[in-house]
Every structure is written in C-alpha cells, then in structure tokens.
Design a protein around this ligand. Structure first.
Ligand code: ATP
Ligand code: MG
Length: 157
C-alpha cells in the first residue's frame, strides 16, 4: 500500500510524525526521501517529540549520526554525504547494524544515497512539495511496516 497525507504546515507534519512515533517499539528503520526543504528534518523533530525527547533535533550533516534518549532511543542519520561509498565504508561510517541491534528507532534522511545497504524491510517516506504544503507518502516495505502504516492510517480516517 501507499498512504498519502498532505500537511499544510510544519506543525501538521510534526503531529503526523508524533502519531507514527506512538506506534514504534524500537528496531524500526525509517527512510526519508525528498528534495531539499521538503520536510524531512521537520518530520524527525515530530518523531522525537512523540518519543518524549526533549533535546533539540539539529541536522546531523557534519556528524552523520546523532543519538537521542527518550521512550526509545532515536538515531538520526543524514546520508547525504555518504553517497557513492561502498556498503563496507557506509557501515564503518555510521554503523547502521549496531543501531538496529540496540533496538532504537533509526531514521535516515536522504536514505536513497545509501540504498545498497538498507535492510529489505523498512518504512520509506517520500516528501513532495505541493501548492498548499507537503505531500507525505508512506511506502511500507514488508509485512511489519505494512501493518504499522495500516494502523496509523485507519486511526486518521
Ligand atoms: N507542511 C509542511 N511540512 C513540513 N515543513 C514545512 C511545511 N510547510 C512549510 N514547511 C517548511 O519547510 C521547511 C522544511 O525544512 P526541513 O529542514 O524539514 O527540510 P529537509 O527535507 O530536512 O531539508 P534538507 O534536505 O535540507 O535536509 C521548514 O522551513 C518548514 O517550516
Ligand atoms: Mg534535513
């Protein structure tokens, strides 16, 4: 399935992300795709709020991964500068597997830059600019993520 939601403000995007956060139990991989300024970091801020994280979310561009503590741990990755690296080098740079094993929530901006190392099962969220705001496309891959998105979608209908 693909579930599409149009948000008309930064706050609406955060509320949507917080709704997703409330359904997470740790170990999930969430991939955020979409052009500059399309709302990826805003979405992560909402996820963090939803997980009860009080520290401000800043773009991890220069650190590659930032860790936050809340109801669950949140690992915020910016893959923009990892483009073109081998799977081995990416793993060395960001240790994605270790984060998944630590049962935190892994959220990756520009995940398409490291497509070759992503787990097969994951939640992809694609952000697009629209006339009135942003179109947020939830594209779950695998049964677990399908049912996660179904649950959020059915509660919003
Ligand atoms: N509906 C909306 N949802 C999210 N952000 C919105 C919306 N409408 C306007 N905005 C604005 O768009 C900008 C989104 O910036 P944000 O940093 O989240 O994008 P990004 O996708 O992370 O960009 P980058 O690729 O540079 O990391 C913010 O300034 C936000 O206020
Ligand atoms: Mg960003």
């Amino acid at each position: 399935m693909v579930w599409k939601v149009e948000t008309r403000s930064e706050n609406e995007t955060k509320v949507l992300a917080a709704k997703l956060a409330s359904k997470l139990s740790g170990g999930e991989v969430i991939c955020l795709l979409g052009e500059l300024g399309s709302g990826k970091t805003t979405f992560v801020q909402g996820l963090a709020e939803g997980l009860g994280i009080v520290a401000p979310i800043v773009s991890p561009t220069f650190t590659l991964v930032r860790e936050y503590f809340g109801r669950l741990m949140l690992f915020h990755v910016d893959a923009y500068r990892l483009s073109g690296l081998s799977a081995e080098d990416v793993q060395q740079q960001i240790g994605l597997l270790d984060y998944m094993e630590r049962k935190g929530v892994v959220v990756i901006e520009w995940a398409d830059m490291i497509a070759h190392i992503l787990p097969t099962e994951r939640l992809e969220i694609i952000f697009e600019h629209t006339e009135n705001g942003r179109l947020i496309n939830f594209m779950p891959i695998g049964e677990f993520y399908e049912s996660l998105v179904e649950r959020i979608a059915s509660e919003r209908r």
